[in-house]
Each structure stands twice: as C-alpha cells, then as structure tokens.
Design a protein around this ligand. Structure first.
Ligand code: C5P
Length: 238
C-alpha cells in the first residue's frame, strides 16, 4: 500500500509540533519538522553573513545544508533564527530547493516506518496535496504567545554551557556570552504576529488551511485532547 502521510500545518506555537510528534509516536510513523529546514537555511545565512533577500545565494545554502547535528537545536529555535527563517522562506528559490527532500521523505518513509507525519505551513497545500489526512492546527494569538513564553522561560532558566564548552582548550572555557534579556508576553506576541503575517501574506505557499484539512483550534484544549482529536481524524482516513 502507498505510505500513510499526515500533513499538519498552522501558525507559530499552535501546538502542531507537539501533536505531530505524539501522533507519529502513537501511530508508528516517522516525523519531519519541515520548519527546521527553513531554520537551518536561516542559521546558515546568518552565520555566513548572507543577505536574507538573496534568493539564489540562499537556495545554494539550502541545497548544501550542514548535518543537523552540527547546529545546536537551541540556536535553531532562537528568535533571531525564527524571524530570519520566515524571511528566507518567502523566497521561491529557497522553497524550491527544499521541496524535493520533503516529498521524498513522505514518499519513502525511512524503514521500518509505514508512513510519515510532516508539520509546517504548506504541507497539506503544496508539499503533499494528496496526503492521507490533513490537519490545520491553530489557537488564539494570546494562547500561542503564552505557550511560547512558557517555552522560552523554561529554556531561559536552563544553565547554558555555551557552544564552546565541550571544545574548551587547556586555557579553560571561553567566557560565557551575556545572558539574553528575559522575554515578555508583549514581545513574544509582537514577534509572533510579525512572523505569522509574513508567512500568510507571501506570494508562494502562504500559510493557509487546505480545503480538505480538519481545522483544530487548540485554544481551550490540553495536549491530550488535541492529540485525541487528531488521532480520530487520522484513523477515520487510514
Ligand atoms: O514551524 P517553525 O516555526 O519552526 O517554522 C519557522 C519558519 O519557517 C516559519 O515562520 C515559516 O516562515 C517557515 N516555514 C515555511 N514552510 C514550512 C515550515 C516552515 O515557510 N513548511
């Protein structure tokens, strides 16, 4: 049988990453966070000092991404990378450079998986328009900003060994970088709105629910409830 494909799209911090990961675990499917691809292009562009509007140069970076393990996840999730990702992802050459890897993953799940869950902005509309099941996961901007703030605060209070801690030479570790200022709800909400508006307004593959997606509003839902609704939708289409 053709592999099962679950497409999950939605705005920032709506819970789609969490639902995608748990759904994949429950159903025995492989999971791809497609936003990470755009984040890796953005991080590579920032590291190289590339202009964030240079489509061909950024597409070249996208075609030659360093291995995922080489960039710490915390760096890929930083606010600077989030904003840069939403800028580079608006450029058609960058999207074109990343499209095939996503389609290949969906068409040929890594063994032993019988299918995949992909989450992002355009999985149900562009990457996998023939997906077995599609979900558009959303929540009010305030609920999403609160969740993102909790996530950032948890990360903020973690001891940060810094990228050079493991590689410290005999002279000892490099001095710790100055701690980032504590995030505020207003700041998080404003940054999220800016990114959502850019993602929804772009000409190519804008953030939008597919016509045949189940729209799941998680504003008043806990993780278990959101997961149960998503599972029911997928099982009805398996
Ligand atoms: O999902 P996440 O917030 O990690 O994605 C980071 C950015 O990457 C988004 O704001 C969006 O601009 C871009 N993106 C995209 N298409 C996808 C996934 C992410 O344009 N399928």
């Amino acid at each position: 049988p053709p592999p099962l494909v679950v497409a999950i799209d939605g705005p920032a911090a709506a819970g789609k990453g969490t639902v995608a990961r748990l759904l994949a675990e429950r159903l025995g499917l492989a999971h791809m966070d497609t936003g990470l691809l755009y984040r890796r292009v953005a991080a590579a562009a920032l590291a190289a000092g590339a202009r964030l509007d240079d489509g061909p140069a950024l597409a070249a970076l996208a075609s030659a991404l360093p291995p995922l393990e080489r960039t710490p996840e915390a760096e890929l999730r930083s606010e600077a990378v989030s904003q840069a990702a939403s800028k580079v992802s608006a450029l058609p050459p960058v999207r074109a450079a990343l499209l095939q890897a996503q389609r290949d993953f969906a068409a040929s799940p890594p063994p032993p998986f019988r299918g995949t869950v992909l989450d992002g902005r355009d999985v149900g509309t562009v990457v996998c328009p023939a997906a077995t099941a599609k979900l558009f996961i959303t929540a009010s901007p305030e609920a999403r900003a609160r969740r993102r703030l909790l996530e950032l605060q948890a990360r903020h209070s973690e001891p940060n060994p810094g990228p050079n801690a493991a590689a410290a030479g005999p002279s000892g570790p490099a001095p710790a970088p100055a701690p980032a200022p504590a995030p505020s709800l207003e700041g998080v909400l404003a940054a999220m709105r800016e990114r959502d508006e850019r993602d929804a307004a772009r000409a190519v593959a804008p953030l939008a629910p597919a016509a045949d997606a189940l729209v799941l509003d998680t504003t008043g839902l806990g993780i278990e409830q959101a997961l149960a609704a998503a599972l029911a939708h997928v099982r009805a289409r398996e």
